[in-house]
Design a protein around this ligand. Structure first.
Ligand code: FAD
Length: 427
């Protein structure tokens, strides 16, 4: 069968609502060598879409199905720039058409509702089920609505976290834009570990950028669940330089932790005092995406343990996980990290299902943060597996005394990265 016709069969069988290959759930390596092995990927974000694409690029002996409920993926990365007026919302959205048309991936617009690891099937919310030889679960994070008294899903509409790529980002922008000049924007930053360690502080910088231009009497108060944060000295320096007198950061030891919030009055009660917000972005603690926890892939920490060399679950054979949902040793929860893990995972699955050679895994991460329009900083590292864990082998962080030209260059690099990164995942 030609490469083209294999792809066509996969697309046609999917269009007909059939599993790409019939047969028993568990198939021998010999059988797999003759047939196309079925790989189902749950979640079409930075992690899942990359695994699907890189498996398809590496081998035409796999029938790959990507399950994702959204028609397009809206990146959390650079969503702070949307708040700051440096990006449109449309520029953050990426579709799945190329993954289907160029790489022959069957994209199923549905949600995984359950996983049966014994029968190797994924049950979809729409009623269908998909058989797999290998499954990749990449659902990102779930917001913990049980963690802060008063902050449930309904309250999050009034005090948007805007931390999951959903529609809250537009609501948060609307609230910021309709806030009176002189009002207080309160950002409640989460405890570790959480998605995008520098993200809350980049959000502060971008909201400050907007206030400086449009509401110069506004104030920003950061109520932190931690006593220190990523790129702290760089952010504190930038806030003093770009937005003098506007931003105040209060660490956990000072406020004694957030005790509760009241979404009706937009007040936030800490052990020290109750703070009144004109607009509040409350970013609660997080866990692995719901499907991963419901399928028993997470441990008591709420995150999913994996073998770092293959990204295979240590709890269920044949199921791999990538991205924010996993326990990734020294790697942060970032899109860059999810994409890097995805490439290692794709290679491990292709090796396991087709006999292709496997290589020693290496992982990479770089996270840029915008402090102002032409002022960006970065942090990053490369990683390898040491003693069964992902460990950093070298790392870098933007210098405190960098020139304005260096910082402007970093801002340009970040824009270039975003374009190349979106292309790497979806193009
Ligand atoms: P996601 O990208 O969230 O993808 C998960 C996908 O799974 C979603 O499309 C979802 O719809 C789908 N899904 C969930 N459940 C199911 C289900 N049951 N069935 C089917 N599909 C399902 N990272 C960077 O590298 N650089 C940055 O500059 C950066 N900035 C950020 C700024 C902000 C404000 C935030 C919030 C995050 C930022 N990040 C950044 C982090 C980055 O967005 C995440 O780390 C990354 O998206 C994680 O990828 P993922 O694939 O694990 O999850």
């Amino acid at each position: 069968m030609t490469h083209w016709s294999r792809r066509k069969v996969a697309l046609l069988t999917a269009a007909a609502g059939l599993a790409p290959l019939a047969g028993t759930a568990l198939r021998s390596t010999a059988t797999l060598a003759q047939a196309r092995a079925r790989v189902v990927v749950v979640g079409g974000g930075a992690g899942g879409a990359t695994v699907a694409k890189y498996m398809a690029r590496a081998s035409d002996r796999l029938a790959i199905t990507l399950v994702e409920p959204a028609a397009g993926y809206r990146t959390c990365f650079f969503s702070n720039l949307y708040l700051g007026g440096l990006r449109s919302l449309d520029s953050l959205v990426h579709g799945y058409d190329t993954l289907a048309s160029k790489y022959g991936i069957t994209v199923v617009r549905d949600s995984a509702a359950g996983i049966d690891p014994q029968r190797r099937r994924v049950h979809l919310a729409g009623g269908d089920s998909l058989a797999y030889d290998r499954l990749v679960v990449a659902p990102g994070i779930a917001i913990r609505y049980d963690a802060i008294p008063g902050y449930d899903a309904a309250a999050s509409g009034a005090m948007p976290h805007a931390w999951d790529g959903g529609p809250q980002i537009t609501e948060l922008k609307r609230q910021i834009e309709s806030m009176d000049d002189g009002g207080v924007f309160v950002l409640a930053a989460p405890p570790n570990p959480y998605r995008c360690p520098p993200g809350p502080y980049e959000r502060v910088s971008m909201v400050a950028r907007y206030f400086k231009a449009h509401k110069p009497k506004a104030k920003i108060l950061v109520l932190d669940a931690k006593n220190s944060f990523s790129k702290q000295a760089l952010f504190l320096d930038a806030w003093a330089r770009h937005y003098p007198g506007m931003v105040e950061w209060l660490p956990a030891d000072f406020i004694g932790g957030i005790e509760s919030v009241d979404a009706k009055t937009l007040s936030i009660k800490t052990a020290a005092e109750t703070f009144q917000a004109a607009v509040a972005s409350v970013i609660p603690p997080q866990t692995a995406g719901r499907i991963a926890r419901n399928a028993d892939l997470a441990d008591e920490s709420g995150w999913c343990p994996v073998d770092p060399s293959t990204l295979e679950s240590t709890r269920y054979a044949g199921i791999h996980l990538v991205g924010d949902a996993i326990i990734a040793g020294a790697m942060p929860k970032s899109g860059f990290a999810a994409n890097s893990q995805a490439k290692v995972c794709a290679q491990a699955i292709v090796a396991a299902l087709t006999g292709a050679p496997a290589f020693e895994p290496r992982f990479f991460n770089t996270c840029w943060s915008f402090l102002a329009e032409h002022d960006a900083v970065s942090v990053g590292a490369s990683y390898r597996v040491e003693d069964g864990k992902i460990a950093a082998v070298d790392s870098f962080l933007s210098g405190f005394e960098e020139s304005t030209e260096t910082r402007a260059n970093a801002a340009r690099q970040a824009e270039v990265w975003y374009r190349a990164f979106a292309e790497d995942i979806f193009g």
